[in-house]
Structure formats: structure tokens, C-alpha cells
Design a protein around this ligand. Structure first.
Ligand code: SF4
Length: 320
């Protein structure tokens, strides 16, 4: 394989296959309710990013047990990582957050926890608690932060309500707490150019993101993006440009960053347009075939970090 898949990282780390169990917390998003912004990101639908989750009214234990039974039987899985997936999973009072974390980490077959959130919505108290949990209970904690792109102008169009610098700051806090970092990016945003995709890879390198989760842009029903698309305001890119940008991203990314996902996935009933009307895995296969044909591989143009005089690590991007 010409890139480093997360499945391989899991196997190396735990000695066997490990599966994520989606958990839906009863949370919303500060970019929707007016705390940080209104209306949410233009690509986000009512589901808040999770389309395969059970109801948030179901208890955490029940969600975990139900998904564990299903995934365990289907894949003969024995180790699991609960995944707080939809909306902003640190947007809740500290006591509720602690309760949710504790409820999720019960049992020796639970090896860690993944928490998806916004870069501007994670408190020092939450990070301290997670650091303590990781150290004392030997469960690996990953924070998944949405960056989407390094281009601040595009972030504004997306109505993200934060800038790239906010992401970098938050990423540093996550790493300083000793937690793992996964960064979400969308590689075919029509307001970005190829240079922006390259810069996005460089930002992940700079913050030393452990994992990357890449998406192709899809349009969720009844999102603001859906409205813009209907008004012909979204010049969607074609599959070959997506693949080109994906290869650009991967070849400049640190080869040690494990790839959790390469292509967006959304059930048909929730979307208007997704993956050029193909299955996500066909797009992934096309991408892998093109990398193979061209002799591309992850980290091909990656330049190692060098210590500067402050002892802080900086990438020398000019050496490519
Ligand atoms: S921050 Fe996340 S949950 Fe909130 S609107 Fe954006 S994508 Fe949706």
C-alpha cells in the first residue's frame, strides 16, 4: 500500500484489529446555537457529521453494547474504541463530560476513546482529565479536531467560525497533554487551490498530527451547502482533481501520520451529491491505482522537522 492506513497502525499498536464504536452524545454545537456562530458549517447537516449512530437518547452503555454486538459478530472483533462522533463532543459541562468518558471506558476490551470536537471548544480541565484517564487507566485517548483547510478565506466561506491559527493552538494543547491528535480535512473544497492543499498537509506536519481523516466534499440534504448548490454557487471539482489533490496531500504528509479515511462516506438518503455518484471505495481504488501507476507514496516529498534554537520543532518546507 502506498500510504499508511490506520488499520495497520491499530494492528501494530494493539496486535490485532480494533474497531471504532460510534457513540452519540446529547450535545449540539456552539457554531449553531449562537455561542460561537449561527447556522453551523455550510457542509454540516442536522446529524452533525455522524450518520451511522444510534439515538443520543439511548444510554452510552447501551449504544456501546449494541454496536459491539453487531461489529463483534460481523468482524470477529475483540477490541474496541468508542467514538464520540456527531456534533461537538466537548460542548457540555465538565461533570457531564467526565461521566460520558467514564461510562465509555468500561471493560478490558475497550482500549481507548476518540472524541471529535471543534478546535475552539476544548477546555484545559477537559484535557487535564483526559490526560489523567490515559495515564492512570491505560486507555489511549484521541482528540479529533476539524481543520478542513489551512486557507482562512475558505474557512470563512465554510462558516467554520475559527481560523487555521486556532486549530494550531488547540492541536498543540492536545499534544502537550500527551493525547493523540487526528485532524479532519476536506481535500476538494472548490474555494481552495492545490497550493492550499499542500499547505494543509504542512500544517498537519507542523502540529505532528498522529492521524488524518480526509474527506471528499459531499452535499448533505438541507444544509446551507445544499442551498448554495441549488443556487449554482458551488463549482464542484471532478473526481480526477480530487485524486490529484489527494495525492498532493499524501505525498507531502509525514509518512508516520496514519490515514483514518481517504474518501467521504455518507448514506444516500442523507446526501444530494457524494463521490461523483460512486461508492466511496471505488474512488479510493481509483486513487490507489493512480498512486501506484505514478510511483507516488505517502511522505514522498515530506521534509523532516528540524529543531530550531528555541528547541521547538519547525518544518523546513523550502527544501522540497
Ligand atoms: S463545528 Fe462540527 S458539528 Fe458544528 S456545525 Fe461545524 S461540522 Fe457541524
Amino acid at each position: 500500500m502506498n500510504y499508511y492506513p490506520y488499520s495497520l497502525w491499530l494492528k501494530r499498536h494493539y496486535g490485532e484489529k480494533v474497531y471504532k464504536l460510534p457513540v452519540n452524545l446529547p450535545v449540539t454545537c456552539p457554531n449553531r446555537d449562537g455561542t460561537l456562530g449561527f447556522g453551523g458549517c455550510i457542509f454540516c447537516g442536522e446529524q452533525g457529521g455522524g450518520h451511522e449512530t444510534l439515538s443520543s437518547k439511548t444510554s452510552i452503555r447501551e449504544q456501546i453494547d449494541t454496536n459491539k454486538r453487531y461489529i463483534g459478530k460481523r468482524y470477529n472483533a475483540k477490541k474496541f474504541i468508542p467514538y464520540f462522533q456527531s456534533h461537538t463532543n466537548t460542548y457540555l459541562p465538565l461533570a457531564d463530560f467526565i461521566k460520558a468518558v467514564d461510562e465509555s471506558l468500561v471493560g478490558p476490551d475497550i482500549v481507548g476513546l476518540s472524541i471529535a470536537t471543534r478546535p475552539d471548544t476544548i477546555t484545559d480541565e477537559q484535557l487535564r482529565y483526559l490526560e489523567e484517564v490515559q495515564t492512570q487507566r491505560h486507555k489511549d485517548i484521541t482528540i479529533e479536531l476539524g481543520l478542513q483547510t489551512a486557507n482562512d478565506d475558505t474557512l470563512k466561506i465554510l462558516n467554520r467560525g475559527h481560523q487555521c491559527a486556532d486549530f494550531c493552538l488547540s492541536a498543540r494543547r492536545v499534544k502537550e497533554a500527551g493525547l493523540r491528535l487526528c485532524t479532519h480535512v476536506i481535500l476538494d473544497l472548490p474555494w481552495d487551490n492545490r497550493e492550499d492543499v499542500l499547505k494543509t498537509a504542512q500544517v498537519l506536519n507542523k502540529v505532528q498530527s498522529d492521524f488524518a481523516k480526509c474527506h471528499s466534499l459531499y452535499i448533505v440534504k438541507e444544509s446551507r451547502l445544499h442551498e448554495m448548490y441549488a443556487n449554482q454557487e458551488v463549482p464542484l471539482l471532478d473526481e480526477s482533481e480530487f485524486i490529484h489533490r489527494c495525492i498532493l496531500f499524501l505525498t507531502h504528509l509525514n509518512p508516520d501520520t496514519a490515514i483514518q479515511r481517504l474518501v467521504g462516506r455518507v448514506p444516500e438518503e442523507f446526501s444530494v451529491v457524494a463521490n461523483w455518484h460512486k461508492s466511496w471505495w471505488k474512488v479510493r481504488d481509483n486513487l490507489e491505482a493512480q498512486m501506484m501507476r505514478q510511483g507516488n507514496f505517502q511522505g514522498q516529498y515530506y521534509t523532516k522537522y528540524e529543531e530550531n534554537e528555541d528547541g521547538r520543532k519547525n518544518a523546513d518546507y523550502n527544501k522540497q
